[in-house]
Write a protein that binds this ligand. Structure first.
Ligand code: F6R
Length: 615
């Protein structure tokens, strides 16, 4: 929610303005209803804000080029509105009424109203409807020449979530940062220092990054960065090396990041399997670092995540259940888990899955589990993210940076890692036979080639998307291993095509949803071959009898299924547990091409932000 960028000093190849605008473009997925920069120019701070995309901001900054000459430092922001309408006035950066403080913020200041009331009673004039103006005006009120102590006092008076980046009018060579809850990363390359919400915005300058911790502040100057606690005490800090390539954050020959990321899935799968297996053996011991005997004593397994990451955990739950039904497994969305009276303790293992590692509810759920003495593992795609730092044991999904707001390759990364984790856990518990281990690892190894073949079926899926793009809505139905995929298929259509789409276990249709069916509502039925095919096909038949157009997504061995659909998508056969791996790409491509047909903004769908850092 909101992207922040700051730079002070002389960055090698780019001007400070370019650094900030490039950084905002890279982080636009975090919010994109308005944007702004504050640039310290020869004659003071120039604040430029617009309603709209960063590309509009770039044009405005170009128009003001002559006034911004010699910019040596600056901060920028791309907004996802929480408090206050989408207007130029509410866009960041905000400036205190005396012009002393200019500030950008990501998060929510929960005590902003009290602060505002207090300051207004003292005669300070507020001009915006935002919660952010409160820390801005408050800092200007506190500041009397000592930035460190003013920052310290400010941070200790704020309640809520904040990543703050601040310039003081009388400190031209400094930028100050502070963080509670919302992410913030800083870096220095010897001649300039940088800060951003997302590490990918800094990879052009250095790969050695300092992730700002909860309750930590930093002072950025051209010569480097100093770190402080909220009480103002300074401390040292080591960087974390992130070996992502900045080319990975480039769209290349593709029209959309989402399309590029869909295509990267065979590689993600291959890399993940190769990293954690040897021939027919899974070994995650070293990567997790959990004592093996602890794994043996696990009785309860809890998966906790949000959105697509939650659906990935449902895939893992099915795989574990299919092999060993003695574990008490639950898979909760984090926003529910954190407020429930969940069991925990030494015989419980909780696995928190978050692509970004910054989702507020997942972080809160992990804190709850840790407080109960539950063994915790985080699965995240971002080294150095909050979840990686807070949870003792982390397994990285190896998907590389994902820029499209809709998760695609990171889902594949998650289900691969979770499958391997499931196998490892069962092996340690003694409930995975060597033959099942070899069979399933062999199955995983055969998947990348199958995914590649599915990608080649894109023209067919594009044609289907065109044909069905006029539907008033979609139902995705399936059973058991297909159910998580029905949810993911429906979510992709909602988020990038804005079409009503629902997911139901096929057996549930008769309990209500079937009433909605007519010739304008398309049913996408997931019917892999196997023991449940006939039962699902009977449900499909019931939908057909209500005139709904039917798309069947099936495996190549399931000849029976073909006759039940108006349209058929066929994917290679797999181990029954792995249907989600092969069924996924057609559903992603289907949503992608429908969104294209409808002219949607695929990489940055309306109202969404990739990283949900507020509750
Ligand atoms: C959907 C999507 C979201 C995320 C969810 C959790 O395409 O991207 O549903 O899966 O916001 O995010 P993470 O995994 O970063 O915690």
């Amino acid at each position: 929610m909101c992207g922040i960028m700051g730079c002070v000093g002389k960055s090698g190849r780019k001007s400070v303005i370019e650094v900030i605008l490039d950084g905002l473009e890279k982080q636009e997925y975090r919010g994109y209803d308005s944007a702004g920069v504050a640039l310290r120019c020869a004659d003071g701070v120039k604040n430029i804000k617009i309603v709209g995309r960063v590309s509009e901001l770039v044009k405005r900054v170009e128009e003001c080029a002559s006034e911004c000459a010699g910019t040596q430092s600056g901060i920028g922001h791309t907004r996802w509105a929480t408090h206050g309408a989408v207007t130029v006035t509410n866009a960041h950066p905000h400036e205190s009424c005396d012009g002393m403080v200019t500030l950008v913020h990501n998060g929510i200041i929960e005590n902003s109203r009290e602060i505002r009331a207090r300051l207004e009673a003292d005669g300070i004039k507020f001009v915006t409807e935002t919660d952010t103006e409160s820390p801005c005006q408050l800092l200007a009120r506190i500041y009397s020449g000592d930035a460190r102590s003013a920052m310290s006092e400010l941070c200790r008076s704020l309640v809520g979530a904040f990543a703050l980046v601040i310039m003081f009018r009388d400190r031209p060579n400094e930028i100050w940062c502070a963080r509670t809850a919302s992410p913030l990363v800083v870096a220095a390359d010897g001649s300039a220092s940088y800060c951003a919400s997302d590490p990918t915005a800094l990879l052009d300058y250095t790969h050695d990054l300092f992730f700002i911790e909860e309750g930590e502040m930093a002072e950025l100057t051209p010569n480097g960065v100093r770190f402080f606690d909220f009480d103002g005490t300074s401390h040292g800090k080591s960087p974390i090396h992130l070996d992502w390539d900045s080319v990975m954050t480039d769209k290349g020959r593709y029209d959309h990041f989402m399309r590029k990321e869909i295509e990267e899935q065979p590689d993600v799968l291959r890399l993940t399997v190769d990293t954690h297996t040897s021939l027919t053996n899974v070994d995650m011991g070293k990567s997790i670092g959990l004592p093996a005997d602890m794994m043996k004593n696990i009785r309860r397994l809890q998966f906790v995540a949000c959105g697509t990451s939650h659906y990935a955990t449902l895939v893992a739950r099915d795989i574990i259940e299919s092999l060993d039904n003695s574990l008490d497994i639950r898979a909760d969305v984090a926003s529910e888990y954190r407020y429930r009276n969940v069991p925990g303790g030494a015989d419980t293992l909780a696995v928190f899955v978050s692509q970004s590692g910054e989702t507020a509810d997942t972080l809160a759920a992990a804190r709850l589990a840790r407080s109960l003495g539950t063994n915790c593992i985080a699965v995240t795609n971002v080294r150095g993210s909050t979840i990686d730092r807070e949870v003792e044991h982390t397994i990285l999904s190896l998907a590389g940076p994902e820029i499209g707001v809709a998760a695609t390759k990171t889902f594949t990364g998650q289900i691969t890692i979770l499958t391997l984790l499931a196998l490892y856990l069962l092996k340690e518990k003694g409930s995975l036979s060597a033959s099942d281990e070899a069979r399933l690892i062999g199955g995983l190894r055969s998947l990348p080639a199958k995914l590649q073949a599915i990608l080649e079926d894109e023209p067919h899926i594009r044609a289907l998307a065109k044909k069905h793009s006029g539907s008033k809505g979609f139902f995705f139905i399936g059973r058991r291993e297909s159910v998580p995929l029905t949810m993911e298929g429906a979510l992709k259509l909602k988020e990038i095509a804005y079409l009503p789409s629902e997911a139901y276990p096929a057996g549930e249709m008769k309990h209500g949803p079937i009433a909605m069916l007519d010739e304008k509502l398309t049913v996408v039925a997931l019917v892999p071959g196997g023991d449940l095919s006939d039962k699902t096909l009977s449900n499909v038949e019931e939908c057909r009898a209500r005139s709904a157009p039917i798309i069947i997504l099936t495996t190549e061995d399931n000849d029976d299924a073909r006759d039940f659909g108006d349209d058929v998508i066929s994917v290679p056969r797999t181990e029954r547990e792995f249907f989600p791996f092969v069924g996924l790409i057609p559903l992603q491509l289907f949503a992608y091409h429908i969104a294209r047909e409808l002219g949607r903004d695929i990489d940055k769908p309306r109202n969404l932000a990739k990283s949900v850092t507020v509750e």
